[in-house]
Structure formats: structure tokens, C-alpha cells
Ligand binder design. Structure first.
Ligand code: PSU
Ligand code: MN
Length: 305
């Protein structure tokens, strides 16, 4: 039944069969999160970093209605070049895009779900979606958080951008039973910066410690994800005040333009890069690389348990 919808690349299939470490990668970050050609270069480099660290990369997207786990170079180039012409697919969009044989770039939520169908346990990205500022009125809460609450995949990220309400995002994750781990830190990283005003739930200093927690969680039937937050390397971190100013401005521009729903996050990401120049894009790329490496190390430890 599933085979009808799901295509796992031969390399990823072989790795999963032999319990080799695999790391999932999302594709909305490629299509909607970064401009071409940096997005293609970044996506390919992520795969290389994961391989160099001893795991197999599995970039996930929907190609002509097929849920693909492990894209070819050409498919990555295609999603990167098409950019926003590719549908941004979160959980709710999967059935429509598949039924109509469309192309879709998967968000954290959709990537987690498809990874879990394939049996991939560890996933690397940049930043997750979360509770938006003003959510007490707009109710804009990313489906990424509910997916973390129910799907058994660990997500390695650099925290969340301050386009979100970080405090409410943590509260929501607590409600959903999602442990938030800080890798080598007890403070929640805020994407461009290594810290924020908020604490993570647990600090862990080794990939093995994290892998053990994943194993126990799922062995006990505690379904859902784990969020591993990995601070941006010091040398690429950006000034908090400068970034917050750009974020505030981008949110005002978004509200003035009346942008709503799934278009909000892509608009904010694009506008922040425009307002801060190539600097923030470069930092974004570097933190994703850093997360790919950590995810590979966690996947390796997990496969040995
Ligand atoms: N935040 C980022 N970069 C991204 C995204 C979020 O810093 O690329 C993307 C991810 O794919 C994430 C999605 O899953 O946006 C969340 O969108 P929404 O807020 O509409 O759920
Ligand atoms: Mn939303």
C-alpha cells in the first residue's frame, strides 16, 4: 500500500535495512528558505557533511506526487531552481499534492512525517516553525509543533528565529511532551544568536547521551519527537540587536502587506535576508551545516544502541 506513494532511494533503503545511520533533510528550506543558487549549493553541501560524518543523507520532497526519501542531485537542483513555484507542503497539504501529482517542498512537519514512514529517526534543519508573536490573537502556531508532539523523529535545529514567540513555543512543546535539549548549552539558542532569555529543558554534552534519550523515549512508547537545539558556531553568530531590529521591521512589513497563513514564514525569512544583506544568509547556511554534522553523530550513536 505505502509503496504506491513512497519512493526510498536505493542507497537510503540499503542503509535502513542494514541499520546504518541516516539523516533526513527538509526541502522547504531549499525552495522557500534561501535564494537560488545558494539554496542548491547548501543542500548539496549538507549531504556531503553528513556523509563525511559517517551517515547517509536523505533529502525529502514530493516529486510529481511521489513522497521521495533521498533525492538525486538533479532533483535537488530542480527544487532549488523552481523555488517558490514548488508548493510549500506541511502535514495538511500532503494528500492534495500527492493526489494531484504535484511537486512539493516539505516543511519540518511534513518531512518528519515522511521520514517516519521510511523509518528515518534523525533529521537536521536550520530553524523550526513555532508559535508566532501575537498568536494569542492570530492563533498562528506552526504545524511543526504538533508533529513534534506525535511523530517519532528527532529534529536537530539551531533553535527558532525571533520571528516567533520563543517563550510560547517552549510552553507549547511542554504541553505536547516534547523534550527540548540544548547541545552543550542550558540556554535556548535563537538561530542567529547562541542564547536567548529562555532555558532549554535539559543540557546534554554528547551525541551518545542524546541518542540514549531517544531510544528510551521510543522504547517506552512515548510517541513524538525530541528537539535538539544546537547553537550557531560563535564565529558566525550575529548581533542580537541588529537582528531584532530587522525582525521587527519585517513583521511590520508583513502586517502592512496583509500576508497571512503559510505565506508568513517565507515572507519573513526573505525580508530579513533583504534587510540584513548576505550576512544573515551566510550565518543561516553555516548553522545548518553545524546541525547536519551533529545529526549525523547522533544517528551514528543511535544505530549502535
Ligand atoms: N524557519 C527558518 N527557516 C525555514 C523555515 C522556518 O528559519 O526554512 C521553514 C521550515 O521548513 C519550517 C517552516 O518547517 O518554514 C515553517 O513554516 P510555518 O511557520 O508556516 O509552519
Ligand atoms: Mn502558520
Amino acid at each position: 500500500m505505502l509503496e504506491k506513494y513512497l519512493k526510498i532511494s536505493p542507497e537510503v533503503k540499503e542503509a535502513l535495512k542494514n541499520n546504518k545511520p541516516v539523516v533526513a533533510l527538509e526541502s522547504t528550506i531549499i525552495s522557500h528558505g534561501m535564494p537560488y543558487p545558494k539554496n542548491a549549493e547548501t543542500a548539496l553541501k549538507c549531504e556531503e557533511i553528513i556523509r563525511d560524518a559517517g551517515a547517509i543523507p536523505a533529502t525529502i520532497a514530493i516529486i510529481k506526487g511521489v513522497l521521495c526519501v533521498g533525492l538525486s542531485r538533479e532533483e535537488i537542483e530542480y527544487v532549488a531552481k523552481e523555488g517558490k513555484n514548488v508548493v510549500k507542503v506541511s502535514r495538511r497539504d500532503i494528500p492534495v499534492v500527492v493526489a494531484n501529482k504535484l511537486d512539493g517542498a516539505t516543511t519540518v512537519a511534513a518531512t518528519m512525517y515522511i521520514a517516519s514512514l521510511a523509518g528515518v529517526k534523525v533529521f537536521a534543519t536550520g530553524g523550526i516553525g513555532g508559535v508566532h508573536r501575537g498568536a494569542e490573537v492570530s492563533m498562528d502556531i506552526s504545524a511543526d509543533l504538533d508533529e513534534l508532539g506525535s511523530t517519532n523523529v528527532a529534529v536537530v535545529c539551531a533553535g527558532a528565529k525571533a520571528i516567533l514567540d520563543l517563550e510560547k513555543t517552549l510552553e507549547y512543546l511542554e504541553t505536547k511532551g516534547v523534550p527540548v535539549i540544548g547541545y552543550g548549552t542550558s540556554m535556548l539558542p535563537a538561530f542567529y544568536t547562541r542564547t536567548s532569555a529562555y532555558k532549554v529543558n535539559y543540557r546534554m554534552d554528547s551525541p551518545l547521551e542524546i541518542a540514549k534519550t531517544l531510544k528510551v523515549k521510543w522504547d517506552l512508547g512515548l510517541n513524538g519527537g525530541v528537539l535538539i537545539t544546537n547553537p550557531i558556531p560563535e564565529e558566525y553568530s550575529l548581533d542580537e540587536d541588529v537582528m531584532n531590529e530587522a525582525i521587527d521591521k519585517a513583521i511590520n512589513m508583513m502586517n502592512e502587506a496583509g500576508i497571512k497563513g503559510k505565506d508568513q514564514t517565507p515572507f519573513l525569512l526573505k525580508t530579513i535576508v533583504e534587510l540584513t544583506g548576505g550576512n544573515s544568509l551566510e550565518s543561516n547556511i553555516k548553522l545548518v551545516f553545524n546541525n547536519c554534522k551533529l545529526a549525523a553523530l547522533i544517528a551514528k550513536e543511535y544505530s549502535n544502541l
